[in-house]
Design a protein around this ligand. Structure first.
Ligand SMILES: Cc1cc2nc3c(=O)[nH]c(=O)nc-3n(C[C@H](O)[C@H](O)[C@H](O)COP(=O)(O)O)c2cc1C
Length: 213
């Protein structure tokens, strides 16, 4: 396990206040494009952390499907473990780790559901089989075996053969409305650059702060 004792140099490229745009969502868009251009696999994947009303944290990877002026959109099953945590407590955090370009973005905020229309529109843009899968899997619930899951999928494929698959009520989009977005750029000697944008949820203006690495 060589990785445990390696000491990578994170390079000289800096993150300077003068390079940042004043709106962190715009800045995020710029960095996502850079991650795409760098050829990062699934650059829109991020780790979403939730906390239940009993203070139990949990994390998992999801895919970002929209960067809107008011937040970051992903789609999932509302009845899943994450969905239940979000319904109990809308406060979440998100981590985009673009390690090969020495960049990380941390987002904190509260989650709201996107409109039914937006969920419908995205659901119907997915491949037919993915739409059918949303009916075949009660995400996060236990199942006896893989064969049982395959059987359910097979049945649903038959049921919806040649038909428009309706969006299940329990499936749709969430938007993370950010209150804090931190941009991290790795630098040599662990003297990294960290710039955080923060606002109260009601406020329009972002306060920009440089943090020690
Ligand atoms: C690269 C990657 C992308 C994923 N994208 C999604 C996604 O967009 N939506 C989703 O519900 N699950 C996605 N998953 C699966 C989740 O990580 C997770 O297993 C699932 O949502 C159930 O999580 P939960 O039990 O905490 O609710 C993805 C997993 C990986 C590894």
């Amino acid at each position: 396990m060589d990785s445990l004792s390696r000491h990578e140099d994170y390079g000289q490229e800096s993150l300077d206040e003068s390079q940042l745009v004043t709106n962190p969502i715009e800045q995020f868009r710029n960095w996502l494009v850079s991650a795409e251009e760098a050829g990062i696999y699934e650059p829109n994947a991020f780790v979403l952390s939730t906390v239940t009303s009993a203070n139990t944290p949990s994390s998992r990877t999801v895919l970002l499907k929209g960067v809107e002026d008011n937040g970051f959109v992903f789609f999932t099953n509302f009845s899943s473990r994450k969905g239940q945590a979000i319904e109990q407590n809308p406060h979440v955090s998100a981590v985009f780790g673009w390690y090969s370009i020495y960049r990380q973005v941390l987002i904190e905020g509260t989650v709201e559901r996107v409109s039914e229309r937006d969920s419908e529109e995205y659901f119907h843009s997915r491949p037919h089989e993915s739409q059918v899968a949303a009916w075949s899997s009660r995400q996060s619930e236990p199942i006896e075996s893989r064969s049982m899951l395959d059987e359910r999928f097979g049945e649903a494929l038959k049921r919806f053969d040649g038909q428009v698959v309706p969006k299940p009520d329990y499936w749709g989009g969430y938007r993370i409305v950010p209150s804090r977005i931190e941009f991290w750029k790795g630098r040599s000697n662990r003297m990294h650059d960290r710039i955080a944008f923060a606002r109260t949820l009601e406020a329009e203006n972002w306060k920009v702060t440089r943090l020690q690495p």
